[in-house]
Write a protein that binds this ligand. Structure first.
Ligand SMILES: [Zn+2]
Length: 137
């Protein structure tokens, strides 16, 4: 099974970003110099206030150019599910399937006593596969 390593700092910042944006979903790009290690992330403005996410193409473009300027590659997309399971919804899959990178989802539970969860997925042809996420502190 494929594995994605997220640095402890990026992991903490992703969860903090997700809490700040709640109840809206937080969105970001994950990047690094190796396809399996996310060492940086770029928050993206979510145009949707409630359930779901949409990022303006201009913001996507700017963030991708910034990643390239830093000599990094796009490793994955990230978005949060406030009070929702760390799985891709049908809408997520339809929107994300054109992005040939990993897709990371974080669940932040603020209304129930439950630990934050983070999961990653990859698309292979038209099949979605779970990717093991490891936080490297
Ligand atoms: Zn989603």
């Amino acid at each position: 099974m494929q594995e994605l390593i997220i640095t402890g700092r990026v992991h903490a910042e992703l969860l903090a970003h997700s809490r700040r944006q709640a109840p809206a979903e937080a969105v970001a790009f994950l990047s690094g110099t190796r396809p399996d290690i996310a060492t940086d992330f770029a928050p993206l403005p979510n145009m949707v206030a409630g359930h779901g996410f949409l990022v303006h193409p201009r913001d996507q473009f700017d963030a991708l150019m910034s990643i390239r300027r830093q000599g990094q590659m796009l490793i994955g997309t990230f978005h949060s599910h406030p009070e929702g399971a760390p799985a891709l919804s049908d809408t997520d899959m339809q929107y994300l399937e054109r992005w040939k990178c990993l897709h990371v989802v974080a669940s932040i539970w603020q209304k129930v006593e439950r630990a934050d969860e983070i999961a990653a997925f990859a698309i292979n042809g038209n099949r979605w596969l779970a990717v093991t996420v490891r936080v490297n502190y």
